[in-house]
Design a protein around this ligand. Structure first.
Ligand SMILES: NC(=O)c1ccc[n+]([C@@H]2O[C@H](COP(=O)([O-])OP(=O)(O)OC[C@H]3O[C@@H](n4cnc5c(N)ncnc54)[C@H](O)[C@@H]3O)[C@@H](O)[C@H]2O)c1
Length: 347
């Protein structure tokens, strides 16, 4: 069990049976389960006793039409302040369901049951909830933490290899910014091993450690006034690539390219040793993640990075490493620095 201190403290619980843990939390409360038919297909759902609301799969869940339907559903079911919302799915569903819980009756309890690796180590923890706007991701949202996050690693068995490895990009990021032990475990493993019975202990350990990294940072800085920005390592370029590729790349894949780029910047500008820079690439490639993007696309990527919510006064801020486990926030990189580094890394 891992504690997160946010607007209210809550636990991330490891359970061999998410359904029985959910039953314990639910008590006698009226409960709405939000999930998608694709997720239901993959997991054995023992939720007949709940009202189920199915949403579109993936990123399509996070839109205004769906949230409006959800509010209408809550109204028709007479959902009250003391009732419960449960999200079962990847980050798209936990983001949407958390936002529905945040906005219904000015905030009711919700529980996250993440079914993807990215959902377990990242999206379901930290209280950021929301939907997409017309011009960008996560533009409409709220901080509203769940009352519990239930981690059942068995749910990952049906995940595609691509989504599994995309989730590992966030795990690698956690290792790089705060917990080198994660990198050691990954260095001695592979996607195949982690997904086999022989790798179960390692998988459990890296998931637990990544959650601790995120929980500790969020507990220190819930509203992202300082250290929480370190969780964006690799995300400045990653988000721009995601946007420019029109989401053809998974979030984790775009972040992987962003991590490789940030490592090169760190090597050139913040004292990161060459060995540590090269470790980024070795690990990302070992887990089937991309490390390069089109070398000709720097200028459009730069424009997108300027639009990012986190760029201030026209200055693009990058999280860099001074060493593994020692992130810093850099805002003194010029466009020429970025352009040169991009060309060096991507060609
Ligand atoms: N709130 C946050 O702090 C935060 C952090 C990171 C990412 N996010 C958000 O999370 C979303 C991405 O989440 P994601 O990577 O989990 O993707 P996702 O939720 O879009 O799911 C990816 C795919 O996996 C499938 N899937 C889910 N569980 C499965 C299972 N157990 N077996 C087989 N298939 C399964 C889904 O049907 C979907 O097609 C993005 O919208 C991103 O913005 C939020």
């Amino acid at each position: 069990m891992i504690e997160v201190k946010a607007e209210h403290p809550y636990h991330v619980t490891f359970s061999g049976s998410w359904a029985s843990r959910l039953n314990q939390i639910q008590g006698k409360r009226k409960t709405v389960v939000i999930t998608s038919s694709e997720v239901v297909e993959h997991i054995s759902m023992m939720v007949q006793e709940y009202d189920i609301f199915l949403v579109p799969d993936g990123e399509h869940a996070k839109d205004f039409v769906t949230i409006k339907k959800l509010w209408d559903f809550f109204e028709s079911k007479g959902i009250e302040r003391s009732d419960l919302i449960v999200a079962i799915g990847g980050g798209s569903i936990t983001d949407l369901a958390g936002f529905a819980a945040a906005t219904w009756l000015r905030g009711i309890d919700w529980v996250a049951v993440p079914t993807t690796l990215a959902g377990m180590v990242d999206a379901s923890i930290g209280g950021k909830t929301g939907i997409n706007g017309v011009s960008g991701k996560n533009l409409i949202g709220s901080f509203h933490s769940p009352v519990e996050v239930i981690i059942d690693l068995a749910l990952l068995s049906t995940l595609s290899d691509r989504d599994f490895c995309a989730g590992l990009a966030e795990v690698i990021k956690c290792g790089l910014i705060a917990d080198p032990e994660i990198l050691k475990i990954l260095n001695n493993s592979s996607p195949e091993i982690l997904r086999s019975a022989a790798g179960a202990v390692s998988l459990s350990e890296i998931v637990r450690r990544s959650i601790v990294v995120k929980a500790d940072i969020v507990s220190e800085d819930f509203k992202e006034k300082g250290a929480r920005a370190f969780l964006n390592y690799g995300h400045t370029l990653g988000h721009a690539i995601e946007h420019l590729s029109k989401y053809q790349l998974r979030h984790g894949e775009a972040v992987a390219i962003g991590l490789h780029f940030a490592a090169h910047l760190g090597f050139k500008h913040s004292g990161l040793e060459q060995e540590s820079y090269l470790l980024h690439r070795t690990l990302l490639e070992r887990y089937g993640l991309p490390v390069k993007y089109d070398v000709e696309l720097f200028e459009p990527l730069l424009s997108v990075m300027h639009l990012d919510k986190k760029s201030r006064d026209g200055i693009i801020r990058f999280v860099l490493l001074r060493a593994i486990g020692y992130p810093i926030l850099s805002s003194d990189l010029s466009e020429t620095d970025l352009r040169t580094a991009y060309r060096e890394v991507m060609s």
